[in-house]
Design a protein around this ligand. Structure first.
Ligand SMILES: NC(=O)c1ccc[n+]([C@@H]2O[C@H](COP(=O)([O-])OP(=O)(O)OC[C@H]3O[C@@H](n4cnc5c(N)ncnc54)[C@H](OP(=O)(O)O)[C@@H]3O)[C@@H](O)[C@H]2O)c1
Length: 149
């Protein structure tokens, strides 16, 4: 069973992919450009090139996958990009989604990023696909643990 992973070159997922590969999981990492495929391929991950801004490429990336790790960038367009990802997941018949959100996501969240995450979390809950939403705190850039209280 292949896990499709978006945000594959980002701060969080670049640490997750080696761990999944060590566990013997089959990983398809979605990246935006060919130069980003090399390092992931050396680790043993499958790769596919797509952007949240290209529905046709998303359809190719999401084909024949049952599990999606949906990671969007912290960006003002993240909600729209997540919607595009969820629409592609529905078209592809994806069965389960794990999403990286953020602590305090919601309409009253303390930052734009928290509020955008809250909108996507609501959209995911309503989309009809089984899902788990993870809401991490800030991850320390040195040790990658959630070391704030
Ligand atoms: N880092 C933290 O401490 C932390 C804590 C809590 C929650 N979060 C949340 O976790 C998520 C990921 O955070 P991060 O720090 O790992 O982000 P990041 O390092 O900025 O990585 C973002 C990823 O998204 C990709 N991306 C950007 N625009 C895209 C597009 N249009 N289509 C497809 N992929 C695109 C980037 O690819 P390229 O390499 O091509 O740019 C990169 O792989 C965010 O939603 C953030 O709010 C992060």
């Amino acid at each position: 069973m292949t896990i499709l992973i978006t945000g594959a070159t980002g701060k969080i997922v670049q640490h997750l992919i080696p761990s999944l590969l060590e566990q013997g999981q089959s990983v398809r990492a979605m990246v935006r450009s060919p130069d980003k495929e090399v390092a992931l391929g050396k680790q043993g991950a499958g790769t596919v090139i797509a952007s949240f801004e290209d529905p046709g490429a998303l359809d190719k990336a999401f084909a024949s996958v049952e599990t999606l790790l949906l990671v969007t960038p912290p960006h003002k367009h993240a909600t729209g990009w997540a919607s595009a990802g969820l629409a592609a997941a529905k078209r592809a018949g994806i069965k389960r989604i794990v999403r990286i959100s953020a602590l305090l996501a919601g309409p009253d969240g303390p930052s734009d990023n928290n509020r955008l995450h809250g909108r996507t979390d609501d959209e995911l809950r309503a989309c009809g696909i089984a899902s788990v939403i993870l809401r991490p705190h800030f991850l320390c850039r040195t040790c990658w643990r959630t070391c704030l209280p």
